[in-house]
Design a binder for this molecule. Sequence first.
Ligand code: NAP
Ligand code: MG
Length: 487
Amino acid sequence: MTVDTQITTYKNFINGTWVESSSGKVEPSFNPANKTEVVGYVQLSTLEELDQAVKAAKVAQQAWKKLSGAERGAFLHKAADVLEKRMEEVATFMTKEMGKTLPEAKGETARGVAILRYFAGEGMRKVGDVIPSTDSNALMFTNRVPLGVVGVITPWNFPVAIPIWKMAPALVYGNSVVIKPAQETAVTCAKVIECFEEAGIPAGVLNMVTGSGSVIGQGLVDHEDINGITFTGSNDVGKRIGQGALARGAKYQLEMGGKNPVIVTKDADIDLAVEATISGAFRSTGQKCTATSRVIVERGVYETFKQKLVQKTNEITVGNGLEDGIWMGPCANENQFKTVLSYIETAKEEGATLLAGGNKLEGPPFKEGYFVEPTIFENVTSNMTIAQEEIFGPVIALIEVDSFKEALEIANDVKFGLSASIFTSNIGEMLSFINEMEAGLVRINSESAGVELQAPFGGMKQSSSHSREQGEAAKEFFTAIKTVFIK
Ligand code: NAP
Ligand code: MG
């Protein structure tokens, strides 16, 4: 491969310095809105660099864990300030590297800043409890200690927020970190790491090694000095990571896919439900783990809902996310693009009826990009592939039902359980939904996508390893409880 020397090559960040891989190989990161544009080159690393990073992290953690939580938090505060200052630059790289629109990329970067500030504060909040001992001359309490070196493996769909919501709590609770970001968005991750560097994070406390998942990701899982693995990505990869970590006795946390339903009952505010469905299903080109992919509508309001949904969908402007007036960007990469198109074909073969979209966009200005129309199918039954498998693209499966009860049954009829929402003004339906919906996140009269950084996030069933991230829940994963007894 010939490397264009006008374009920046990003290196690994190991022990406080930027270093090339011993492989001598780099890979281009392409712009999915224009695949002829290389956004940057990233290292195709080997296990040699990974081992250097883990060793550096192990050494650095010894001094890092001895700082107070407030002292560690101060580094996160500084990193937040730097990221805030560099918001425009980081967001622009994100849009170029994975395609989401610039306003969405800025929103995500701002979220990254807020997460850093939240966890900076965690350094000063309580970590344990006093528990009355049966011995009146003793003091018994719990404390929390870091795991050691944490391996972070992240996907490409939230290239700033997900790395930060894993690294920030890992660091503030006294762990050191080696991150392997998705190779697709490693340039954006390098920008985030630069912010920590500019904030003066001590050498070795935070390291980044880029490369393929099967080499560097697997290498992290297998490395004897990695004490915890936090992963967000697909189910297939997640399961393998869980097995690998378990075999070594390392702590692990997996956040995986979803097939998130929205229920619209006859008591719903239809306009609100339409807005939220469009936003939940098509923002970020449907590439959110919490994206709406099944919309289950009660018969009495089906026709009205459908008509409004199709009309709004046809108004969506698709194109390069850096341009003004574009509402939806391309699929993030070729693989995703082909996957989405193949699910659309499967839906047609299985007898679903196409209501909107359904095609890739061709000709200028779409010629060099991975653009797909926002797509809606109706006459979908729960056993069809598009009602069961995660598509991770802008495709809605519309399902008409006779009752709220049937809606709930269908909503639960998948192996996933990440997020779910309902539109209704009926309090009984709301309560049944809250109680019976098998999902880690249930939302009433609000879209399925959307997470608040101070609240626990994670899925039921096959959507997670039954652990939770963010908010106070982050403490559960990134620390171990130590029970102390003093006589
Ligand atoms: P992916 O293919 O599973 O990749 C995720 C990460 O794992 C990447 O860094 C990847 O590296 C790495 N990886 C690949 N093979 C590996 C292996 N054998 N061992 C260790 N690491 C390995 O997922 P993706 O396509 O990037 O992301 C889309 C998926 O993420 C969707 O299923 C989505 O639902 C899920 N997701 C879940 C959440 C959530 O919080 N629940 C949030 C966002 C996304 P490379 O790609 O660089 O090779
Ligand atoms: Mg790319």
